[in-house]
Design a binder for this molecule. Structure first.
Ligand code: HEC
Length: 154
């Protein structure tokens, strides 16, 4: 079970990275604001689960289920729909590479959705905490992978 413990620690580390720039979107409007708000909402839910797994909040499987469902709801097509071609209005941090590498970008959005759905299902089934932590690690990893490829830190 070492693996699960490690991925839980990893998830918490990734969480810090993912949530770091949550308030960077001052002045955004339109679709850029919409996707920043959606990302912020995702990030809020990731934080809720992360805190439970870190032990800084009470562990509640039904809350994890709800948070994972919310994340999944903002992923997949719901996420890619917020990235119409060329939407690079200031102060966006989106990279123009998104549209050059669209299949890769949308695959990350899909992978976020399927990993969040897996997490949701495990929490609903009352899976043990280590299994849930490993599934959460996969969710958090997609944030980092996509950001590294397609988000420009300003
Ligand atoms: C498919 C790619 C992709 C995935 C997956 C993804 N993001 Fe993002 N995220 C982006 C891009 C691109 C931006 C920059 C959007 C912009 O500035 O227009 C961004 C921006 C953000 C922001 C900054 C929002 C703001 O207000 O400026 C946060 C916070 C964030 N993401 C959190 C997350 C978390 C947490 C996850 C994983 C649970 C995640 N993201 C998954 C692509 C992704």
């Amino acid at each position: 079970m070492k693996t699960a413990t490690r991925s839980s620690a990893l998830a918490v580390g990734l969480l810090t990275l993912a949530v770091g720039a949550a308030f960077a979107h001052g002045g955004a409007t339109g679709i850029v604001k919409e996707r920043m708000d959606a990302m912020t909402e995702i990030s809020r839910n990731v934080k809720v689960v992360g805190q439970m797994l870190k032990g800084t909040a009470a562990y509640k499987p039904d809350e994890i289920e709800r948070a994972a469902k919310a994340i999944a709801g903002h992923a997949g097509d719901a996420m890619t729909d917020l990235f119409p071609e060329g939407s690079l209005m200031s102060p966006t941090e989106a990279s123009p590479e998104i549209w050059a590498e669209w299949p890769e970008f949308s695959a990350y959005a899909e992978s976020l959705q399927s990993s969040a759905q897996t997490l949701e299902g495990l929490a609903a089934q009352g899976a043990d905490k280590k299994t849930v932590a490993a599934a959460f690690g996969k969710v958090a990893a997609t944030c980092k992978t996509c950001h590294e490829a397609f988000r420009i830190k300003k």
